[in-house]
Design a binder for this molecule. Structure first.
Ligand SMILES: Nc1ncnc2c1ncn2[C@@H]1O[C@H](COP(=O)(O)OP(=O)(O)OP(=O)(O)O)[C@@H](O)[C@H]1O
Length: 638
């Protein structure tokens, strides 16, 4: 069976190494095809975005009008005549040479109206963008999950479960952010930047030019600081991923950790990794802190400069006070959007990385198709089972695992199983018994030779049809978190209740299931009732009975059950094997005395072959020795 990687927490795959190249960006844009079905809603959201942006950009203008209404020349003149006579009034007349268009009350009223409009637009903008992003991300997650589970087995040997999990969670969330927040934000920033500059240049081109002089300084420093910040942020992310892998692997194998009393070792390993996260984060924070304080200095320095220069223009009569006021607010807006653009770049960079990784998986070739299960599938007799009990042949099969290409596991295997026959594979641990079966399921490609079912190369069958006709009762029975009923029905999700109960009965499982207060509704799996080894095996047998396959593979449990449990399981297995072509991966030789042929594997080939009675007679034969060894062991235990 597929082995778990033994290198606990070793090496995190290098992700996000690339900069945002034009190519990468173009490629990443492909992920937006998931938003295409919702382009209508997106367009509506965009209209709301523009409307809300226009209202936002009107705020400084209205504020200017308010100031204008407060400090109108008449008021100022009236207020100041009492103090120092006509001179001041004249000067003020100069400064506020424009008569206000509206009274204070009128402007306030317009302002309130505008704010109401803005909140309505913003509300609908948020709702529509969220709708688009949530729906398209749902589609993306579905596509990604469907893709992942339809990929061939070797893919899962190359990729860690933790990494695949983060593709479907973190990376998709990253994309979701860019859709719902970042893209709107980016548009807003650019709109504010360009619109703001155009508007202020109408107010005063001289002052606009003066303000823009601070820009290059901002942009250059943002680029330099940004580079360092991103580099360290990336390291933080990588290290965080490494800590997550430690948590995941140790929790998954918590029994192993405890059995080896390695709690302290793991806690120490985790501690070191978490400390590295802190170190990188602090380093990144130094750059970020420096950058922020620098930007604050330049931004506020710019504002002070604008006020100073603008103030002079006002005093020289080249600018009206309320326009200077409006100008300053716009400058704040523009400054904010420039500051935000740096952040935006980092976001886009992350998104490009995330979408590249997702697209990579989506680009892999599936071995099976996902069918729409809302349409009831008619369980038809497929090609592979055109005769109810097919025969199987292995012809000179050679194989090595893709992850270990230099280690041939099978060198030359030839075997045949006639219709309805039972054969057993025997050999020392690692001889390749499970591998032979995995090849029948087409989990891997052969290096040489061929496997035939009913005289036809298995590669010519539709992979789903082929697998539908084979059931495996594995060594380690894996139960899904759910009810016993669901776990049995997994063998054939279309089966009705009577069939499920009947399968449980045939598998000798009905009695123990009914002994639970909840019966078939008893929750098993990670958070449920823990079933004994024998009970789990009987659930697996019930599953296989429900699947009703033409070919059966029994991967015998290595650990012996107590004799009562053993009898129940064996009895259920005998019933299951009836009239089915069966391959037994045998560990305990007592159970295979009656099979038609026993194949003894050694060094990647078949070393001995025959019935039990024939093989025990071979002098110094491998099988004969194994039987003797197991017999001696049994005697010793007794
Ligand atoms: N997914 C895999 N990738 C690489 N090598 C593997 C993989 N699975 C098994 N192997 C190797 O292939 C060889 C045969 O393994 P296999 O599981 O078929 O043996 P087995 O006879 O079933 O052993 P056991 O009786 O212990 O279950 C072993 O050396 C094993 O390390």
């Amino acid at each position: 069976m597929a082995k778990r990687s033994s290198s606990f927490g070793a090496g995190v795959s290098p992700e996000d190494k690339k900069k945002v190249s034009k190519e990468g960006f173009k490629k990443a844009l492909k992920i937006f095809r998931f938003t295409l079905p919702y382009k209508g809603t997106f367009a509506i959201g965009f209209v709301f975005l523009i409307l809300s942006q226009i209202t936002t950009m009107s705020i400084p203008l209205l504020m200017g009008q308010m100031v204008g209404a407060i400090v109108s020349p008449d008021q100022m003149a009236n207020a100041s005549t009492g103090i120092s006579g006509g001179m001041v009034a004249d000067k003020l007349q100069n400064v506020f040479h424009e008569a206000p268009k509206f009274t204070l009350n009128e402007v306030t009223l317009i302002f309130v109206g505008l704010l109401i409009l803005q909140s309505v637009f913003s509300f609908f903008r948020v709702i529509t963008f969220t709708r688009v992003s949530e729906q398209s991300m749902r589609d993306l997650r579905n596509a990604l999950y469907s893709k992942i589970i339809t990929l061939p087995v070797p893919f899962f040997e190359k990729n860690r479960v933790g990494e695949l999990m983060s593709r479907i969670t973190t990376d998709v969330s990253q994309l979701q952010d860019i859709l719902s927040i970042t893209s709107a934000e980016l548009f807003r920033q650019i709109f504010t930047l360009i619109g703001g500059i155009i508007l202020i240049s109408f107010l005063s081109s001289k002052l606009t030019l003066f303000m823009l002089l601070t820009f290059p300084l901002l942009v250059v420093s943002a680029i330099i600081f940004g580079k360092f910040i991103r580099k360290n942020a990336k390291k933080v992310q990588d290290e965080l991923a490494a800590t997550n892998i430690i948590v995941e692997e140790t929790l998954q194998s918590i029994n192993v950790v405890k059995a080896f009393t390695n709690e302290s070792l793991e806690a120490h390993r985790y501690g070191l990794s978490v400390q590295k996260v802190v170190d990188y984060a602090l380093k990144a924070a130094t750059f970020r802190g420096g950058f922020i304080s620098f930007i604050i200095f330049v931004l506020f320095g710019g504002v002070v400069g604008v006020v100073w220069y603008g103030g002079n223009l006002v005093l020289q009569g080249e600018l009206v006070f309320k326009d200077l006021f409006t100008f300053i607010i716009y400058t704040g807006f523009i400054g904010g959007s420039v500051g935000g653009l740096g952040d935006m770049y980092a976001q886009i960079q992350k998104t490009v990385g995330a979408s590249e990784r997702i697209l990579e998986i989506l680009g892999e070739e599936s071995e099976v198709k996902i069918t729409d299960i809302t349409v009831p599938i008619k369980v038809t007799k497929t090609e592979a089972s055109s005769t109810a009990t097919p025969k199987i042949q292995y012809r000179n099969v050679a194989f090595q695992y893709p992850s270990r290409p230099d280690m041939p596991v099978l060198k030359d295997i030839s075997l045949s199983v006639k219709s309805g026959e039972k054969i057993a594979l025997v050999g020392h641990s690692g001889a390749g018994k499970s591998t032979i079966v995995q090849l029948l399921m087409r989990y891997y490609h052969l290096a040489k030779g061929e496997i035939l079912v009913d005289g036809k190369n298995i590669n010519t069958f539709d992979i789903t049809d082929l697998r539908k006709n084979i059931a495996i009762v594995p060594q380690e029975v894996m139960l899904f978190g759910g009810t016993i009923y669901e776990n049995i029905a997994y063998g054939n999700p279309e089966a009705d209740e009577t069939l499920v109960i009947e399968a449980a009965r045939k598998a000798n499982a009905l009695e123990f299931i009914n002994s639970f207060p909840e019966g078939f509704k008893t929750i098993v799996g990670e958070r449920g009732v823990k079933l004994s080894g024998g009970q789990r095996q009987r659930i697996a047998i019930a599953r296989a009975i429900l699947k009703d396959p033409a070919i059966l593979v029994l991967d015998e449990a290595t650990s012996a059950l107590d004799s009562e449990s053993e009898r129940l399981v064996q009895d259920a297995l005998d019933r299951l094997m009836q009239d089915r072509t069966t391959i037994i991966i045998a560990h305990r030789l007592a159970t295979i005395r009656n099979v038609d042929t026993i194949y003894v594997l050694k060094d990647g080939g078949v070393a001995e072959k025959g019935t039990h009675d024939e093989l025990v007679l071979i002098d110094e034969g491998i099988y004969a020795n194994l039987v003797k060894l197991q017999f001696d062991n049994a005697m010793m235990i007794e």
